[in-house]
Design a protein around this ligand. Structure first.
Ligand code: HXC
Length: 258
């Protein structure tokens, strides 16, 4: 059997994915991403899962794409294989929420993988950066697009062009991460956030995610209409009836995720 680079666990209604390639600080190879995307696909298909958490080790969420593997590749190798397409690109299409729990280094492709998640919870020791320029390349997995959307042009240019790292406090100030927690609290905090999300009506969660993402992809006019139509659609669900009835009757809702 081949070595496994991603540990897959279920915690209640939460799917937990842990990158597990410690000898190279969770460097991301095609094999790692194939495993990760297969695990995400399985959680997406599982009605018992309402949200997912992606994490790494205490020292590294992921220190980037696998430089050893890439070092000998030619233009034709990466072009013909459409490197960073395929299963890499498929990850961003997850419809259930995916939270990144980042401790230690999130560099290059590791930072990009964290940014592809719906939000990032960072441990106090987290370090974010896009150091590809030092290797003679540029971010190729969304870094030049998602980083400026998250932190603005000035800081994104600074990070991408100088290759410097930013610590958790700077990342939170800049809007890249939603919360900072002590290292030892990271996983529990992320799992609790995911469990909270997973306890909400799944169809409302998925539509909310689609609508927020739309804010980065379409005009305000189109996105407002998209949001309104999704809002309307939720009145067709049992959970909307249950949620509102429970509020009126002053009791806890019993959501069926339908
Ligand atoms: C392959 C890596 C790696 C990587 C670390 N290692 N990062 N191997 N690819 N991205 C390996 C090291 O070679 C070393 O192996 C082991 O992990 C431990 O790393 P050290 O460097 O000894 O640790 P430390 O001194 O603590 O430094 C940590 C570090 C440094 C600052 C994170 O490892 C580093 O700068 N890594 C590269 C970061 C980077 O440039 N990332 C961007 C990659 S390009 P040995 O065998 O010596 O023990 C990229 C493209 C994006 O991501 C587009 C596509 C996704």
């Amino acid at each position: 059997m081949s070595e496994s680079f991603v540990k897959v666990e279920v915690r209640g209604r939460v799917g937990l994915l842990t990158l597990n390639r410690p000898q190279v600080l969770n460097a991301l190879s095609n094999e790692v991403i194939d495993e990760l995307s297969a695990a995400v696909r399985a959680f997406e298909a599982d009605d018992g899962i309402g949200a997912m958490v992606l994490t790494g080790s205490q020292k590294a969420f992921a220190a980037g794409a696998d430089i050893g593997a890439m070092s000998g590749w030619t233009y034709m190798d990466v072009y013909k294989a459409d490197y960073l397409g395929g299963n890499w690109d498929a990850l961003r299409r997850a419809r259930k929420p995916l939270i990144a729990a980042v401790s230690g280094y999130a560099l290059g492709g590791g930072c990009e993988l964290a940014m592809l998640c719906d939000f990032i919870i960072a441990a106090e020791n987290a370090k974010f950066g896009q150091p590809e320029i030092k290797l003679g390349v540029i971010p190729g997995y969304g870094g030049t697009q998602r980083l400026p959307r998250a932190v603005g042009k000035a800081k994104a240019m600074d990070l991408v062009l100088t290759a410097r790292m930013m610590d958790a406090a700077e990342a939170e100030r800049a809007g890249l991460v939603s919360r900072i927690v002590p290292v030892e609290r990271l996983l529990d905090e992320a799992l609790e956030a995911a469990a909270t999300i997973a306890s909400m009506p799944l169809q409302a969660v998925m539509m909310a995610k689609e609508c927020v993402n739309r804010a980065f992809e379409a005009s305000l006019d189109d996105s407002l209409l998209f949001e309104r139509r999704n809002f309307h659609a939720l009145f067709a669900t049992e959970d909307q009836k249950e949620g509102m009835r429970a509020f009126v009757e002053k009791r806890k809702p019993d959501f069926k995720h339908r």
